[in-house]
Write a protein that binds this ligand. Structure first.
Ligand code: HEC
Length: 147
């Protein structure tokens, strides 16, 4: 009897372990591809964000604040703003004459929100300041990290 119970308990544990190993990464994969899709929508303006210019509390028009307007892709040398790629954002480089710095999720959200880079330098006024949620910011970060 005890043996049968032990065997049943063992089978249950193995089944649970297999389930966790097999199902968890799949669920995580779905989350991150949804996040990536949201990031793409924000970048291209299909998902609008509220934004304004520094020292000016008038809201900008949705069409004016799409990242893609000013940040083309890495190969677009004529782009108005710097390239939003993992190589550019994660490289330790001098930005705006400051000491070398790189971005992480936190400093990326900060620059979008208040227009201050990782070393504390204030960005040009042309870069809008955005009111975005943690979810929206993380989605944008995962999108640009894949570029
Ligand atoms: C109207 C044009 C414009 C739009 C729209 C815009 N940017 Fe920018 N962005 C700029 C300019 C210009 C700079 C460079 C500012 C500077 O160097 O002072 C910049 C800088 C940045 C930086 C800092 C890069 C660095 O080297 O420190 C990040 C990050 C960034 N933008 C992300 C975004 C994202 C994400 C969006 C969309 C949510 C966006 N920008 C929309 C013009 C724009």
């Amino acid at each position: 009897m005890t043996r049968a119970l032990n065997r049943a308990a063992f089978t249950l544990c193995v089944t649970a372990a297999v389930f966790l190993v097999a199902v968890k990464p799949a669920a995580h994969g779905a989350d991150s591809s949804q996040s990536m899709e949201l990031g793409r929508e924000i970048f291209s303006g299909q998902h609008a964000l509220a934004a304004h210019l520094r020292d000016d509390n008038r809201m900008l028009h949705d069409n004016a604040v799409r990242c893609i307007n000013c940040h083309g892709h890495a190969d677009n040398a004529a782009s108005f703003g710097p390239p939003l790629t993992s190589q550019y954002l994660l490289s330790d480089i001098r930005r705006r004459g400051g000491p070398p710095s790189r971005y992480d999720l936190r400093s990326f959200c900060r620059v979008l929100n208040v227009g201050v880079d990782p070393t504390g330098i204030v960005l040009k006024k042309a870069m809008p300041q955005y009111a975005l949620s943690d979810t929206e910011c993380a989605a944008l970060w995962s999108f640009v990290m894949a570029q």
